[in-house]
Design a binder for this molecule. Structure first.
Ligand SMILES: *Cc1c(COP(=O)(O)O)cnc(C)c1O
Length: 453
């Protein structure tokens, strides 16, 4: 029998997260205060996050111990399997050897619980009673609901009203894990009431939902806020994916030539890629790490590296990152968690220093790739994950043209079982190619008055 699955035992769950900042040739630039535009220190984050997470946010230590309680919960679904994609290799008739790491086996169906569990743990340790967050399509809200329930923390989720009404099942998942879910804008916050007074029928936005969740945390000493991507500590927690992948590749007797992951704010990309980048930076290896983004939200491939706000309203610190401008509104594409205007600070610096690569894919191309994958391998990928698959297919086709049997590793960051509407729209011919013009990008960037770097 061909070997398909590369598994690890529970005792092989890594006991350390990898902090890439320790090995970066150029460290990330400091965040700036949104008002004064002066560099801010870690204490500025204290109203929103517990001390231990703030320490991780600014840490330069290479290895950070994973607490036993967190590893215990990880063991509900970790180590996650890695598969050799024999079916996909055959479908593409490629000499490349393709592997994928499958994060869809977590309770909420994606990589997000890797950080949700860690964040809930450190909040519990700090005596916090309640965590607030925002969610768009619901992946992050459901991961955090699951994590909070494990530590007896209350979880309050502000869900963009449009998704709340159109994607009821993610909300029901959150309720099943005990979370309270409010359509945003709500009348529970100043920010929400202001928007509702102006437009009672608004469908909401992620920017407004962030403002509501942050306001709740900033105004209640028992409540903190949690974010599911972008920040350094979130990327750090996701490195469990790459740490396991290193062990699994070793078991398969391989080292990848290319590591590929879809890119929203950067957490699942960082998760799988950073432990391999360590080998490049410390052992002279030359593993290519490629981030895949939607052509209709192309911050890495067509954005600008400069300071920008993390939210639409302009409340967060200014971060040095690749951005399309915080007022950029991506077309309503089915790329769920990839529709964010900016990229994490650490990943942005790595791209600026040419230590990683980025590519973009059209809307139709990624659905075709997702369907090819589902038919060859069985698993129906999340719409986000199809971007990484599209990149891998292009790389496998290049290998065929060049007669090379390179090793390709994909992060299959989630399944698409709750995203059948997106697939239905594709089959019904309702999904169109979307070409973003340079003028649209320039117009969005021209609105920024934030510092360039
Ligand atoms: C949230 C999400 C993403 C995008 O976020 P990253 O921080 O870039 O990983 C990608 N895939 C899935 C399945 C998600 O839930």
């Amino acid at each position: 029998m061909q070997q398909r699955k590369i598994t690890l035992s529970e005792s092989e769950i890594p006991d350390k997260w990898y902090n890439i900042v320790a090995d970066m040739p150029n460290k990330p630039l400091p965040p700036l205060h949104p008002g004064t535009r002066e560099p801010i220190g870690p204490d500025a984050l204290a109203p929103l996050f517990p001390e231990e997470l703030i320490k991780q946010e600014v840490s330069t230590e290479r290895w950070i111990d994973i607490p036993d309680e967190v590893r215990n919960i990880y063991s509900l679904w970790r180590p996650t399997p890695m598969y050799r994609a024999h079916g996909l290799e055959k479908a593409l008739d490629t000499p490349a050897r393709i592997y994928y790491k499958y994060e869809g086996v977590s309770p909420s169906g994606s990589h997000k619980p890797n950080t949700a569990v860690a964040q809930a743990y450190y909040n519990k340790q700090a005596g916090v009673k309640r965590i607030t967050t925002e969610t768009g399509a619901g992946q992050w809200g459901s991961a955090l609901s699951f994590a909070c329930q494990h530590f007896n923390l209350e979880c309050e989720v502000y869900m963009v009203r449009l998704s709340y009404e159109h994607k009821p099942y993610r909300k029901v998942m959150m309720n099943t894990w005990g979370a309270k879910v409010y359509p945003s804008p709500s009348d529970r916050t100043e920010a929400g009431r202001k928007v509702l007074a102006k437009d009672p029928n608004t469908t909401g936005s992620l920017g407004i939902a962030i403002s509501e969740a942050v306001e709740r945390a900033a105004t209640d000493p028992d409540t903190k806020y949690a974010l599911g991507s972008v920040l350094n500590h979130v990327l750090l927690h996701q490195t469990i994916i790459g740490q396991e992948s290193l062990l699994q590749m070793e078991k398969a007797g391989e080292l990848p030539d290319v590591v590929i992951a879809p890119f929203g704010g950067g957490s699942n990309f960082a998760g799988i890629a950073f432990p391999f980048l360590r080998l490049n930076m410390t052992e002279g290896k030359k593993i290519r790490c490629v981030a895949s983004e939607p052509a209709s939200c192309p911050k890495l491939t067509r954005g600008q590296f400069r300071y920008d706000f993390g939210d639409t309203v302009g409340m967060t610190p200014l971060l040095p990152m690749y951005t399309l401008g915080h007022n950029f509104v991506p077309a309503p594409i089915h790329a769920g968690g990839l529709r964010y205007h900016g990229a994490g600070v650490v990943v942005s610096q790595l791209l600026k220093d040419n230590l990683i690569e980025a590519v973009s894919h059209d809307n139709l191309e990624v659905f075709q790739a997702g369907i090819t994958f589902a038919r060859a391998e069985g698993i129906i990928p999340a719409p986000e994950a199809t971007h990484g698959i599209a990149t891998a297919i292009n790389e496998a086709e290049r290998c065929k043209r060049e007669g090379k049997s390179e090793v390709i590793l994909i992060n299959l960051c989630g399944h698409g079982n709750f995203d059948m509407k997106a697939y239905e729209d594709y089959f019904a011919g309702k999904i169109q190619s979307h070409e973003l013009t340079s003028a649209e990008i320039e117009a969005s960037l021209a609105e920024l008055d934030t510092p360039t770097v």
